[in-house]
Design a protein around this ligand. Structure first.
Ligand code: ARG
Length: 461
């Protein structure tokens, strides 16, 4: 019992092991809608070009529509003996409409068919879902930014207190990152939008097909220019996985910050009950499990990118079966990244911001030392390097006395630099520090208010 679709030159069917290693139906059934969409476009073109009779074309289209319904209502039986989605659909078509079904595959191969199906899926499902998810996440972040335009917190470098910043500014930093992710989505959509269909097995076809027509029907900008390239190109999937990896990296950084912020030692935020878990032994616990899983997921998503990149490495033109392994990494990345984006959006929208704790922490660790140096420069005309030295000595003194900079008596300051006056104290507060950072893109509430408006304009319109 050789394969019904290609069994002509075979005497025996495949071994059970061959069938198991060969079949992709277990995962590529997810391409059913795109497979049927591509087949309908191809069939309509074959009729228009007088390559197949119109009445067979009608039967084929009706049959394909019926198959779509069967699959969507769960009535379709997928068979791994039929290897993949393309042959499952075609074989069911033959059951439904008889020999006319045999005309559908004219001027086409599974090689251009699978490339087309998969491209449609990446474009219309994976990239669209990511775009929608990211804009929702940006909306949540901008919402928090707007509520925290003058919430002062410590800004860090090396995770050491550096200079005070505003929490709104911090939220908007992530809005920019996810904005770049969205622009990567848009970029790769433009580059990938060429139709492989009609490249046939690898060399094109002798039938007078109209590839411009099928390209237009399927929403592609144009037919892919080279048939060998078109059937063996998976760049679009790699670009999606690369974009997904960078997005996952951004998510992991925010997740890590949230894990730190909700610890008892920081207490900058409270994670909502909806995104926390308890401990089976320690009654006091509220664990940020969702954030930790988001932090971790990048590893598996980059793994998907690596996996497909290595499947493609060194493949001679044109199609090789290695390329069947393109789908699972993309499906995995799409499913898990979608969940991460959704969880992060909920966590950001629901988190409580403990502004008082942030403010207290903002002043700890001599975070206004740079402001003191800037004051020595602007008020006393000191070169910045000298001012840096004076402030270093001042911090050292404060450290030995166990107090903050603004708690040092003026006489102590004057022992280090006699020209210091008590006007210096007004620049040593955290509010003065953030308010002073008015340069474009800086953290002052004045700039952050504008930045919120700009982010809404650029990302939420
Ligand atoms: N299931 C195959 C895949 O996913 C379809 C293309 C098969 N083509 C071939 N010549 N065996 O890549």
């Amino acid at each position: 019992n050789a394969n019904a679709l290609w069994g002509g030159r075979f005497e025996a069917g495949p071994s059970a092991i061959m069938e198991e290693i060969n079949a992709s139906i277990g995962f590529d059934k997810r391409l059913y809608a795109q497979d049927i969409q591509g087949s309908k476009a191809h069939c309509a073109m074959l009729v228009k070009q007088n390559i197949i009779p119109a009445e067979d074309g009608e039967k084929i289209i009706e049959g394909l529509e019926r198959i779509l319904q069967e699959i969507e209502s769960g009535k379709f039986t997928f068979s791994s003996a039929l290897e993949d989605i393309h042959m499952n659909v075609e074989s069911r078509l033959r059951e439904l409409i008889g020999p006319a079904a045999g005309r559908l595959h004219t001027g086409r191969s599974r090689n251009d068919q699978v490339a087309t199906d998969f491209k449609l899926w990446v474009r219309d499902v994976a990239l669209n879902d990511l775009e929608a998810g990211l804009s929702g996440l940006q909306e949540a972040l901008i919402g928090q930014a707007e509520k925290n335009i003058d919430t002062v917190m410590p800004g860090f470098t090396h995770l050491q207190a550096a200079q005070p910043v505003t929490f709104g500014h911090h939220m908007l930093a992530y809005v920019e990152m996810f904005g770049r992710d969205r622009s990567r989505v848009a970029d790769c959509k433009v580059r990938m939008n060429e139709n492989p269909l009609g490249s046939a097995a690898l060399a094109g076809t002798p039938y007078p097909i109209d590839r411009h027509l099928t390209a237009a029907t399927l929403g592609f900008d144009r037919p892919a220019a080279n048939s060998l390239d078109a059937v063996s190109d998976r760049d679009f999937a790699l670009e999606y996985l690369n974009t997904a990896s960078i997005t996952a990296m951004h998510l992991s950084r925010l997740a890590e910050e949230m894990v730190i912020w909700c610890s008892a030692q920081f207490k900058f935020i409270g994670m909502s009950d909806k995104f926390s878990t308890g401990s089976s032994i320690m009654p006091q616990k509220r664990n940020p499990d969702a954030a930790e899983l988001i932090r971790s997921k990048i590893g598996r998503i980059v793994g998907c990118y690596n996996s497909l990149m290595l499947s493609m490495k060194g493949l001679p033109l044109a199609y090789s079966k290695d390329m069947q392994e393109d789908k699972e990494p993309v499906f995995f990345a799409h499913d898990h990244l979608g969940l991460c984006v959704a969880a992060m959006t909920g966590m950001v929208a629901d988190m409580k911001v403990f502004a008082d704790n942030m403010r207290k922490a903002a002043g700890a660790g001599y975070t206004t030392a740079t402001d003191l140096a800037d004051w020595l420069v602007s008020e006393l005309g000191m070169p910045f390097r000298d001012a840096h030295h004076v402030v270093g000595a001042t911090v050292k003194l404060a450290e030995t006395k166990g107090c903050d900079l603004d708690q040092l008596p003026l006489e102590d300051l004057q022992k280090i630099e006699p020209k210091i006056t008590d006007a210096v104290f007004k620049v040593l507060t955290v509010d003065a520090s953030v308010a002073a950072r008015k340069s474009f893109g800086g953290t002052s509430p004045e700039r952050v208010r504008e930045a919120v408006a700009s982010a809404k304009e650029r990302f939420l319109k």
